[in-house]
Design a binder for this molecule. Structure first.
Ligand code: SF4
Length: 206
């Protein structure tokens, strides 16, 4: 991948880290890459998550400018600087009240208004239709069958974080069983934060 040797996250390396991101962040990443834009809640949800995985303020500005200003139909750099630069700097406490905003946990994400058309924020286990969710889960490597049905059922019952934790365990099942066989302990507590999903994945796969 394009990760740098010292492990720091750069504007260029963010897409290569998608394999460690939970479905909510994968969906936002696909959204910004295809639309060259994200609406307000999506910008907040993704930018604070990226801040949490170690994207610096400087690299974040490069990341968002790159996403918003390249590709067909994208905006000009002037417009980006005029209308969007401030909000991304703001999330890093570099503008306004200089508050150090924290990445949103699942509870906060679930408390925001639900996404409408052309919005990608929220929790996909709650916000996607069953078929769409099944499709996304297959893209994450889950085969059709009992395991996939389990996740869909948990989502139907409103147990979104349990569904997400289950998906994590299925995606990483080989690594987890190797560790357990080795006598190592594996954190099996529920995912309550997208950044927890990310750091657990990074830990298991590196
Ligand atoms: Fe994201 Fe949390 Fe939903 Fe998982 S349960 S997709 S981490 S909001």
């Amino acid at each position: 991948g394009s990760e740098t040797n010292d492990g720091s996250v750069t504007a260029e390396s963010v897409p290569s880290l998608m394999k460690h991101m939970p479905l909510c962040m994968n969906r936002l990443m696909h959204g910004v890459m295809s639309d060259h834009h994200l609406k307000y809640q999506g910008r907040q949800q993704l930018s604070l998550f990226l801040k949490g995985i170690g994207l610096s303020a400087e690299e974040a500005l490069r990341f968002w400018q790159m996403q918003f200003t390249s590709g067909p139909g994208s905006m000009s750099i002037e417009r980006f600087n005029k209308e969007y630069k401030y909000t991304f700097r703001h999330n890093y406490g570099l503008e306004g009240g200089r508050i150090n905003y924290k990445p949103w946990d699942c509870r906060t994400i679930l408390s925001k208004p639900r996404p409408s058309k052309n919005e990608y924020h929220g929790c996909p286990y709650r916000d996607l239709h069953r078929d769409q969710l099944a499709d996304q889960l297959q893209k994450m490597g889950l085969d059709q069958g009992a395991r996939l049905d389990d996740v869909l059922e948990l989502s139907d019952r409103g147990e979104y974080q349990v569904a997400c934790t289950k998906v994590f365990e299925l995606v990483h099942r080989e690594k987890i069983s190797a560790l357990l066989k080795n006598g190592d302990t594996v954190d099996e507590t529920s995912i309550t934060h997208p950044n927890l999903y990310y750091s657990r994945s990074l830990y298991l796969e590196s």
